[in-house]
Write a protein that binds this ligand. Structure first.
Ligand SMILES: [Zn+2]
Length: 80
């Protein structure tokens, strides 16, 4: 059996635990950009006043809350 000191054992345990927590955080952060890209469909930028706002209604047209002008979504094809 390999003989190690108690302080070394504690240090190794802490290093391993920290590595596992950091790895878990890294994998958790990797999933977040995917969720953001799905919410990106609700993100609108006004073509008149360049105001960026969120409209959760998934439509091809949206009204700017600041200046009241209507904005059309580029690249979005709706069947209705
Ligand atoms: Zn506007």
């Amino acid at each position: 059996m390999i003989k190690i000191e108690f302080s070394l054992a504690v240090a190794l345990y802490l290093i391993l635990t920290t590595c596992i927590i950091l790895l878990a955080l890294v994998f958790k952060n990797r999933k977040e950009p995917k969720q953001f890209s799905s919410e990106k469909n609700f993100l609108w930028q006004c073509s008149i006043c360049t105001y960026v706002y969120i409209d959760s209604r998934y439509t091809s047209m949206s009204q700017c809350p600041r200046c009241g002008s209507y904005n059309k979504k580029d690249g979005v094809v709706t069947s209705s």
